[in-house]
Design a protein around this ligand. Structure first.
Ligand code: ATP
Ligand code: MG
Length: 575
């Protein structure tokens, strides 16, 4: 490819809305162009990267025994009603009507469609197991599309779905996919960590995420892990052992009684007022889960993890209640408390964190303004409690497996695998017939990779202040040849010869034949992120070209023949 003909516009500035490295770099280097929030044109350079990632994914999925298909992007409401998700999937689901007033949606994921495909095609145990995948654009009307390709509304995903006769089959395929994922990300030049995660709106019981660990702002997930054993989990799933704490207030409270606690709206104010550690306060928080109020109880020095709480009540939408909603709840139950004085009450769903179980002689709100009950015990609460883990794991806590200190870091989720079990096959009556002629729902798994997010994550992991440093396997081109002066005959002759030699060896090479200053060409080469740059300048008069490795900044002088050979060898070793 000749640079003068390449469809690319590098910019002087980063896009004004770009907050993270990959968005800044991909925008400025002309890889992506925004059409609407979270909707981008993949320009030719970007498309080359995406196709390379797709091909790595395709090769590894095929190698793992999966078969590729392509399902429609527009999906009818009826299938989503069969699974029960039409009603419950939030606003991320882009709904639309066709000219006959039929409800449709843009596919955010394809469990419903693949399950219907399978039930028409997989009738007998003899046909199982099967794993089907596709690579396709998805649409999710994300509440906050941001970070360029990392959180788009339209984005490219590889989604695979496995069908087995039983759990054992699923377990095997799940492991098979986990191995394939490890290979895929490795080949893309990405270091990933496989961490336990929440199953979210997709459903199912067990799931793992593949995280690119990063210290940039792009890491949207906290990942907890242990250096001493193999424990690692996303914060929405992580559990921990807590350091010792005072959880019995017998030294502070000799009797159980209601006392005045004026203006103690926060835990700090209350613990200061009573001169007690916050570990002796039982905190009550009101959430709205799927439109209904839920009171969460937790030891006050700890925070609630909202996904855990939402899962504890089987909900799919959660937010903290507004003051108006709290006032309404209080009025309905004959109370008048504001935040700071809320406590458990009858007639409202209550979820208590495991930390509550061990508390004795503690302090708790009683839904009256400026009052608390002190020296309280669980039996004084007047409500039945079910305990579960809804606690956010924090720094300074211990590994649930081996007890050593937990570490925390940030990650970008590039892939996610789920054991779905019969979550879709059962309601959608997707069954196979066993050897005795009995029917059973398939036992399913699903496996996603964000192709466009993976490309952006690769930039987050490989860049410097001058631009992108693409890993060779997914770089749009491998080499750029820069003749310093295109009017110099010898320089152009050597540049063209190397260009032809590399091209015929199957190397993807760009010749920067623009009539620009060398500095401009070097800047663009660094920004776009070609793994290798060959400069043909004055030293060619002594028979040498300059060879630069983008990743390490290493520079060497070689004869054109040596440089060509080195490039072919280095690049072929990776591909
Ligand atoms: P997130 O938690 O980041 O919103 P998710 O868990 O909802 O993602 P999945 O349903 O697991 O996403 O989708 C599979 C993969 O698709 C993800 O692992 C991620 O790589 C990619 N992906 C999901 N949402 C987006 C998005 N808005 N933009 C780009 N890629 C995405
Ligand atoms: Mg996910």
């Amino acid at each position: 490819m000749k640079m003068s003909k390449m469809f690319v516009q590098t910019l002087r500035e980063f896009p004004s809305d770009a907050e993270v490295i990959s968005h800044k770099m991909l925008g400025r280097a002309g890889f992506i162009k925004k059409l609407a929030p979270g909707v981008y044109t993949y320009q030719p350079l970007m498309w080359k990267v995406l196709k390379k990632i797709e091909n790595i994914v395709r090769e590894e999925m095929d190698r793992a025994g999966a078969q590729e298909l392509l399902m429609p992007f527009v999906q009818p409401k009826e299938l989503w009603e069969e699974s029960g998700r039409w009603e419950v999937y939030g606003k991320e689901l882009m709904r639309l009507k066709d000219r006959h007033d039929r409800d449709m949606c843009l596919g955010p994921t394809h469990e419903e469609i693949i399950t219907s495909v399978a039930r028409d095609g997989l009738k007998s145990y003899k046909q199982l197991p099967v794993n089907l995948y596709q690579i396709q654009s998805k649409f999710r009307d994300e509440i906050r599309p941001r970070y360029g390709l990392l959180r788009g509304r339209e984005f490219i995903m590889k989604d695979a779905y496995s069908f087995d006769v039983d759990e054992a089959g699923l377990d095997k395929e799940y492991e098979n996919m986990a191995q394939a994922y490890k290979r895929i990300f490795e080949r893309c030049g990405l270091d990933t960590k496989m961490v336990q995660s929440d199953s979210g709106a997709i459903g199912g019981s067990v799931s793992h995420e593949f995280m690119v660990i990063t210290d940039t702002d792009a890491g949207e997930n906290d990942v907890f892990y242990c250096n001493d054993c193999d424990y690692s989990a996303n914060s929405n799933h992580a559990v921990s052992n807590l350091p010792e704490a005072v959880v019995d207030g017998k030294d502070y409270f000799k009797e159980t009684k209601v006392i005045d606690t004026p203006n103690t709206h926060s835990i700090e104010e209350l613990s200061e007022f009573l001169n007690i550690p916050s570990t002796l306060i039982l905190k009550s928080l009101v959430y709205i889960i799927d439109k209904k109020p839920v009171i969460a109880l937790i030891r006050a020095d700890k925070a609630v993890e909202e996904t855990k709480l939402m899962n504890a009540v089987g909900g799919i939408d959660i937010r903290i209640a507004s003051s108006a909603e709290i006032a309404e709840l209080m009025a309905k139950h004959g109370f008048d408390a504001v935040p700071g004085f809320i406590g458990p009450m009858k007639g409202v769903k209550i979820i208590a964190d495991n930390t509550v179980k061990d508390m004795k002689n503690f302090v708790v709100g009683i839904n009256q303004i400026d009052k608390h009950l002190v020296g309280a015990n669980l039996s004084d609460l007047g409500v039945e409690l079910n305990y579960t883990d809804i606690r956010l794991v924090e720094r300074g806590e211990y590994c649930p497996q081996c007890g050593k200190p937990l570490q925390v870091t940030k990650g970008i989720e590039v892939g996610n695998i789920f054991k779905l079990g019969t979550k879709y096959s059962k309601p959608m009556n997707a069954v196979y017939t066993d050897i005795n002629g009995k029917t059973h729902p398939y036992v399913m798994g699903c496996y996603g990779i964000g192709i466009s997010r993976t490309a952006a994550a690769a930039v987050e992991a490989h860049y410097d202040e001058h631009g992108i440093k693409w890993p060779i396997a997914i770089a749009p081109y491998h080499v750029i040849i820069v003749p310093v002066n295109i009017k110099d005959e010898l320089q152009m002759k050597v540049a063209n010869e190397m260009y032809d030699a590399l091209k015929s060896a199957g190397i993807e090479v760009v010749l920067d034949d623009r009539d620009e200053r060398a500095g401009v060409k070097f800047k663009d080469a660094d920004l776009i992120g070609f793994p290798y740059r060959v400069t043909v300048g004055k030293t060619i008069n002594e028979g040498f070209v300059e060879f630069k490795v983008r990743e390490t900044d290493e520079q060497e002088k070689y004869t054109p023949e040596e440089a060509t050979e080195k490039l072919i060898n280095n690049i072929k070793a990776v591909l």
